[in-house]
Design a protein around this ligand. Structure first.
Ligand code: SF4
Ligand code: SF4
Length: 162
């Protein structure tokens, strides 16, 4: 049976953490649990105006390689949304060939551990309602912030439209 993995070109990873966020959203992982984390190597100064600074995304034991999506032929959600297009999904064999093409890449072959997903990971149908309430609070807060920071006509129009 072929193993599948993620190949990440960390030379061009910007550290935007979109992979981390989209994975969490897709799997409904609670606060503090992730399917992938973006770690820092550095920064430290090598010489004046030159720094060592790498961003390295690491799939956790909760990475199931997006089994639901990939079983229907779609790519993992992190790969789909990676803004720098530095993530690839495929068999270890094909990714290993790409790995040979340049340096500063890492090939991950995660092992999903279902017991890590027990307990608070059960799907929570009330989440949608909580999210809507949260966004409403956020929206009101942004409107207040906008009014406090800007008093121009465009803000007045937006607040009238809302
Ligand atoms: S492949 Fe899926 S489960 Fe694994 S890190 Fe990416 S989004 Fe998360
Ligand atoms: S989404 Fe892509 S560029 Fe952004 S942190 Fe993840 S791997 Fe790096």
């Amino acid at each position: 049976m072929a193993h599948y993995g993620l190949l990440i070109d960390y030379e061009y990873c910007t550290g935007c953490e979109v992979c981390q966020v989209t994975c969490k959203e897709e799997h409904d992982y609670p606060v503090g649990k992730f399917g992938i984390r973006v770690f820092d190597d550095g920064p430290w100064e090598i010489e004046e105006h030159r720094f060592n600074f790498n961003k390295i995304p690491v799939p956790t034991d909760l990475c199931d390689l997006c089994a639901e999506r990939t079983s229907t032929g779609r790519e993992p959600i992190c790969v789909h949304h990676c803004l720098a297009n530095v993530m690839s999904y495929g068999t270890v064999e094909e990714l290993a060939r790409k790995l040979d093409s340049k340096t500063k890449q890492v090939l991950w072959v995660p092992q999903y551990k279902p017991y890590e997903a027990r307990g608070p990971f059960v799907h929570d149908p009330a989440k949608g309602a909580r999210k809507a309430a949260h966004f409403e609070v956020e929206e009101n807060a942004s409107a207040e912030r906008m009014t406090a920071q800007r008093g121009d006509q465009r803000v007045d129009e937006m607040l009238t439209d809302a």
